[in-house]
Design a protein around this ligand. Structure first.
Ligand SMILES: [Zn+2]
Ligand SMILES: [Zn+2]
Length: 247
C-alpha cells in the first residue's frame, strides 16, 4: 500500500467548511501537486513550507472573497471570531487591493455580519464572549499540518533528501511539525540536517560578532553577513511583505 494512504483519516480531518474552500487545482492538496510545488520552493530562499502555507493562505483568501462572502457558515465563523486577526486582516487587505475579481464589497458583507453581531451583544449588555479563533489562523494550521505530513512522507525518498539538503531547510516551527509526523528514518535524517544547519549558523553568528570588533581586520563573508537575518526566519518563521500569488 502506498504510504500516502496510511493516514487517510488525517487528510480528511479538516472541517467541511475548510475543505469546501480549497481549490485542488491551485493548492497542493494532493501528493503529486505537493511534490511539484516542493521542487519549486526548494530552489527559493528560506523555508519551503513557510512559502507553501502562505501561498495556500493567499489562495484561500482569494477564494473566500470571490465565492464565499454570501455563505452562511462562513459568516457564522467570522461573527464568532469577531473578524480576522491582525495578520490575516492585513492579508485580506492586500488580496482585495491587488488581486482581480475581488472587491471591497465582499469584505464589507462579511464585516456587516461581524458588526451586527457585536452590536447585538452590546445591546444585551452582555460581557463579551471569548473570541473564537480567527478562521484564517485555523486554515493555516490545517494547511501546515497537511503539508508537514506530505513532506514527512516525501523525505523517505533518498533523492528528495538530497534535494532537501541543498535547500535552505525548514524553520523550527515547520521542522517540529514534520518531525511529529515522520517515521524514525526521516526523524534521524531531519535531526542530522537541522543540527548541521544550526552548527553552521552558530559559527557564522559568532564570526559576525567577532569580525565587527574594531580591532579585527578580517572581512565578513556574505554568509556571515546574512546570518542574523537567517536566525530571525529560522526561529520565527518567514514573513512576506508582498503577495506570493499574482493574477
Ligand atoms: Zn517554515
Ligand atoms: Zn489569523
Amino acid at each position: 500500500m502506498s504510504p500516502w494512504f496510511h493516514r487517510h483519516s488525517h487528510q480528511s480531518s479538516a472541517p467541511e467548511w475548510i475543505l469546501r474552500l480549497i481549490h485542488p487545482e491551485k493548492s497542493p492538496t494532493t501528493p503529486a501537486l505537493f511534490t511539484y510545488h516542493l521542487r519549486e520552493k526548494l530552489a527559493l530562499d528560506g523555508c519551503p513550507l513557510c512559502r507553501m502555507v502562505r501561498e495556500s493562505e493567499e489562495q484561500w483568501t482569494w477564494t473566500l472573497l470571490y465565492e464565499f462572502t454570501g455563505d452562511p457558515e462562513i459568516h457564522e465563523k467570522f461573527a464568532r471570531a469577531g473578524g480576522l486577526c491582525a495578520e490575516h486582516a492585513e492579508l485580506v487587505r492586500k488580496v482585495t487591493a491587488k488581486r482581480q475579481l475581488v472587491t471591497p464589497s465582499g469584505v464589507a458583507r462579511l464585516y456587516e455580519t461581524v458588526t451586527k453581531e457585536f452590536l447585538a451583544g452590546l445591546a444585551r449588555k452582555r460581557t463579551p464572549e471569548t473570541r473564537q479563533e480567527c478562521p484564517l489562523c485555523r486554515y493555516r494550521d490545517q494547511a501546515a499540518a497537511r503539508y508537514a505530513y506530505f513532506l514527512a512522507v516525501t523525505l523517505a525518498d533518498s533523492e528528495w533528501q538530497q534535494a532537501f539538503v541543498k535547500s535552505d531547510g525548514l524553520c523550527i516551527s515547520h521542522f517540529n511539525a514534520v518531525i511529529a509526523q515522520a517515521d524514525r528514518n526521516v526523524v534521524t535524517f531531519l535531526n542530522d540536517d537541522q543540527t548541521r544547519r544550526l552548527r553552521d549558523l552558530l559559527h557564522r553568528l559568532q564570526e559576525l560578532q567577532r569580525k565587527q570588533r574594531y580591532d579585527v581586520p578580517e572581512p565578513l563573508t556574505p554568509e556571515e553577513i546574512a546570518s542574523w537575518r537567517e536566525a530571525l526566519w529560522r526561529y520565527g518563521g518567514m514573513t512576506f511583505p508582498d503577495l506570493l500569488v499574482h493574477d
